[in-house]
Design a protein around this ligand. Structure first.
Ligand code: ACO
Length: 374
């Protein structure tokens, strides 16, 4: 009989990677050796993209080239805009994003799968994903799509394409930091899905589509939206302790808490908590942050569980007044950087990923003709 592993593949090392590393005991995350706290303090999303794909921080010249490439690739093909338009009124945000990422394959100008072509495809996917989300939001609300500007970075351009207004520099930087924080996280479920697809030598778009599909669930990227629903349901900070205790007594999970790897503070949640607090003050709406803090204190006191990355992101996005159903797509907009880096890493040293299963069904038995079944 095959060896069995913990349910959910816990503790199984299923890939080697140079892209990112988590120390779940110390609560630390590194992208190619750089501490996420340093990256959140200093790096832009564009620098982070280069780092994840090349495993080194860009020189000034490389950064200019990355910024220029991402800007040039962020303009959506009219056929893609038409597709988004036809879906926008009747299709959920993550379904639209998954469909658009898949459809973008048909419009990719590279028809080979060389490493160079795959890097170009990766940057196209990273550049287009935020614009797909912004375009979806504009079209479903009856507004015209806004083309990205050639003088703004990825973060500011997303907010500009979403609202038609240039964000103030601090808000743009806050959103930029969120993109940096979400860009990669070792072998999480969606990245694993991307690597499994890539290991069959499915193309870059197919593997990225598998990742978007896997992110959707509430146990993964979908948790941010569930946190927002929870905060709405709670209403005011004073109601948080009772609400949390009631749920825990009913043995229900509190979304945004717990993690397979971290057994202490998720270092990204620490940064996001600070951003949520400041944005709440800046926009004069501290209810989301204040309620989150009471929830967190109660979950800690009752269950000794730490918040994960998604918990304070809901307060950040609520302060920015982003539509709740875009929270998970925005996770994808950032993680596309990590997914595509992992897909390229898988291609570079590939073996089909094909684990075993342990059979627990009936013993071998004789065929039963239809007339004798009952
Ligand atoms: N609320 C209450 N109890 C929890 C929570 C929670 N959020 N998370 C874990 N627990 C408890 C479980 O009930 C279980 O207790 P038990 O042993 O008494 O049954 C124990 O902690 C272990 O939990 P598992 O679900 O087995 O842990 P696992 O490693 O499989 O799951 C996961 C990790 C999915 C993140 C889990 O903590 C969870 O469901 N959290 C809520 C959803 C969420 O926030 N997801 C986002 C994760 S981060 C990300 O994807 C970017």
């Amino acid at each position: 009989m095959a060896d069995t592993t913990g349910k959910g593949l816990e503790g199984v090392v299923a890939a080697q990677t140079r892209i990112s590393d988590v120390d779940g005991r110390q609560g630390r995350l590194f992208y190619a050796g750089y501490d996420i706290a340093d990256l959140a303090a200093h790096a832009t999303f564009e620098e982070t993209i280069h780092l994840l794909h090349h495993l080194e921080l860009p020189t000034a010249a490389e950064l200019s080239e990355t910024v220029a490439t991402l800007r040039a690739e962020s303009v959506l093909d009219p056929l893609l805009v038409d597709l988004i338009d036809s879906l926008a009124q009747r299709t959920e945000a993550m379904t639209t994003l998954r469909t658009a990422v898949s459809a973008a394959a048909a419009l990719d100008p590279d028809d080979d799968r060389s490493p160079e072509a795959n890097l170009r495809k990766a940057y196209r996917l990273i550049a287009r994903t935020p614009q797909i989300i912004a375009t979806y939001q504009r079209l479903r609300t009856g507004a015209d799509a806004v083309e990205p500007r050639d003088d703004l970075g990825v973060a500011a351009n997303f907010l500009y394409a979403l609202t038609g207004k240039q964000p103030d520099p601090q808000t743009a930087r806050d959103f930029d930091v969120v993109l940096v924080l979400y860009a990669d996280h070792t072998l999480n479920a969606s990245t694993f899905a991307a690597r499994v697809a890539a290991a069959t030598l499915a193309d870059m778009y197919a593997a990225a589509t598998a990742a978007v599909a896997t992110l959707q669930g509430p146990l993964h990227g979908g948790a941010i939206e569930e946190v927002r629903e929870m905060l709405e349901d709670i209403g005011t900070p004073d109601r948080a302790p009772g609400w949390v205790r009631e749920r825990l007594a009913a043995r229900q999970k509190i979304m945004g808490f717990g993690h397979r790897v971290y057994k202490t503070w998720d270092p990204r949640a620490t940064v996001l908590r600070g951003i949520a607090e400041r944005l709440g003050r800046q926009f004069g709406e501290t209810r989301w942050y204040d309620t989150s803090v009471r929830v967190q204190e109660t979950v800690m006191a009752e269950k000794h569980l730490y918040p994960n990355v998604d918990f304070y992101t809901a307060s950040v996005y609520s302060a920015l007044q982003l539509p709740p159903d875009l929270y998970t797509p925005l996770f994808a907009a950032s993680r596309m950087a990590g997914w595509t880096a992992h897909i390229r890493e898988q291609y570079a040293d590939n073996r089909l990923i094909r684990p075993d299963s342990e059979y627990i069904g009936p013993d071998p038995r004789p065929w039963q003709p239809l007339e004798s079944r009952g």
